[in-house]
Design a protein around this ligand. Structure first.
Ligand SMILES: [Cu+2]
Length: 215
């Protein structure tokens, strides 16, 4: 009897060690999307295929949460840059939650302030409707806080081409960062301003190993 239990344990251990560690991350397909990069060129979910992507949602006028989040992603950029994965098999994406003010030029300038390596980290803006589709697909909620606005909302909704945009307002938004695998599936999400860097790095490594293993 004891011997039989012993063999069962051995079998469990063997099968456990053979299992792919990355399979521990659930797989959730995500919808296709297309937006505009900090260079003013079209960038979409197709551009992420075959790569592990860490995607977050921020706005450049954010005085609280977003700068902290971006600074932590910068540390991950440097960590994986040293390992050679960043910019090739691993890419980062920051999606704005404030399209009226976050023009491509503004995003590029902001990324520069953070020491972002734009060869592997893309900043995205676009038409509010396109952005909303992407936010919704990752269950991110974002809206301007009217109480903080210094001009009527009407001008904000017609933002862009020469129309005035209120300069000072906050955007209420979900603080969420998501990790996508090479096929665009949602594999992990991290809620809150404190990015659990060790866990994110571990999850990224698991998905990079999946890319290498071809499954
Ligand atoms: Cu923010």
């Amino acid at each position: 009897m004891i011997r039989r239990i012993g063999w069962t344990l051995v079998l469990l251990l063997v099968s456990g060690s053979l299992g792919c560690r990355a399979n521990a991350l659930p797989v959730k397909p995500s919808a296709a999307w297309s937006l505009t990069s900090q260079d003013g060129v079209s960038f979409g979910s197709r551009d992420l295929r075959g790569k592990v992507a860490l995607v977050t949602f921020v706005y450049t006028h954010c005085a609280t949460v977003c700068p902290l989040l971006s600074a932590q992603m910068k540390q991950l950029q440097d960590e994986f840059g040293r390992e050679g994965a960043f910019g090739s098999r691993l890419v980062f994406v920051s999606v704005t939650v404030d399209p009226p003010r976050d023009t491509p030029a503004r995003l590029k300038e902001y990324a520069g302030q953070f020491g972002v390596d734009l060869s592997g980290w893309t900043w995205l803006t676009g038409e509010p409707a396109q952005l909303e589709t992407l936010w919704r697909s990752f269950e991110v909620v974002a809206y301007p806080d009217l109480a903080t606005m210094d001009a009527p909302l009407a001008s904000a909704s017609h933002a862009g081409h020469g129309t005035s945009v209120p300069a000072n307002y906050a955007v209420v938004h979900t603080t969420k960062t998501v990790l996508l695998d090479g096929a665009g599936n949602l594999r992990a999400e991290y809620i809150g301003v404190e990015l659990p860097r060790a866990r994110v790095a571990q999850d990224i490594r698991a998905l990079l190993a999946e890319l290498d293993g071809g499954h």
